[in-house]
Design a binder for this molecule. Structure first.
Ligand code: 1GP
Length: 253
């Protein structure tokens, strides 16, 4: 695990994964699933003792109203850096180390390309939180996901790596600092190795990959294909011990 200190930014950490070939691991916590103290402690005890590098918090749809309270509690309980992965403006908070400022470049919904960002910008400007501009790309990984439904966007077809590659290329040219390929939470299968490879070859910014990564072999495949940071959510919810297997795997070549 790379030690995080406040002098170095989270983005610098992710960039270091790329530059040094370190396999980054983030655990995604769905705010609805950490709505009480016990749930938070259970997550933190696993993540804190593993080699997970980052915690992502957020979701396309949140139904509980405990988001801000849970985030505060999470922050006070754990030392792993927390990165917001917001599904909407309501998920902006300073109880995190950084926020992925996501532009949904695989879609053509202006609200998620620039609209919500205009509203978020003055709020973020006043707060001390690191902003990581991210080209967010939804990929069709076998079934409709909450992310594609809620975002009103058509995901990139699974077997069209060339579309993903040129979309990422455009995102980098627009100045986005990293690319996130996401099959959406609970995806039937992960983003293909071919697509990860094609995107890796088309951009030089760090590459985050998530959605449907459930096993050590899925994780290895994504890292080997060029992901700098993988994101695991559903598999952790189903079996939190997986974080130890993944953390072990990331150090084995
Ligand atoms: C979803 O990339 C994340 O946005 C994680 O997906 O829940 O399928 O691991 P999973």
């Amino acid at each position: 695990m790379l030690t995080f200190d406040n002098v170095r930014s989270i983005y610098h950490t992710i960039k270091t994964f790329k530059e040094k070939g370190i396999r980054g691991l983030a655990v995604l916590l769905d705010p609805d699933k950490i709505a009480d103290e016990e749930a938070i402690r259970n997550c933190v005890s696993r993540i804190g003792h593993s080699e997970a590098d980052l915690i992502f918090v957020g979701g396309s749809l949140i139904v509980e109203d405990s988001f801000h309270q849970s985030l505060k509690m999470l922050r006070s309980e754990c030392t792993t850096p927390i990165v917001l992965f917001p599904g909407s403006l309501t998920q902006i908070s300073t109880d995190a180390d950084a926020i992925l400022f996501l532009s949904l470049i695989s879609g053509r919904n202006p609200e998620l390309l620039i609209g919500q960002h205009v509203q978020a910008a003055p709020m973020l400007k006043k707060r001390s939180i690191e902003i990581i501009s991210t080209g967010y790309m939804l990929i069709d990984c076998g079934r409709p996901t909450t992310a594609s439904y809620i975002s009103h966007t058509l995901p990139i077809p699974w077997n069209k790596p060339e579309i993903a590659a040129v979309t990422a290329m455009a995102g980098e040219m627009l100045g986005l600092s990293c690319i996130y390929l996401d099959g959406g939470s609970g995806a039937e299968r992960p983003v293909s190795n071919e697509m990860i490879r094609a995107v890796r070859e088309s951009v030089s910014v760090p590459l985050i990959v998530g959605g449907g990564i459930r096993t050590e072999s899925d994780a290895n495949a994504a890292w080997d294909a060029g992901a700098d940071l993988i994101v695991v959510g559903t598999a952790f919810e189903e079996d939190p011990e997986i974080v130890f297997d993944l953390a072990r795997t990331k150090n084995i070549r």
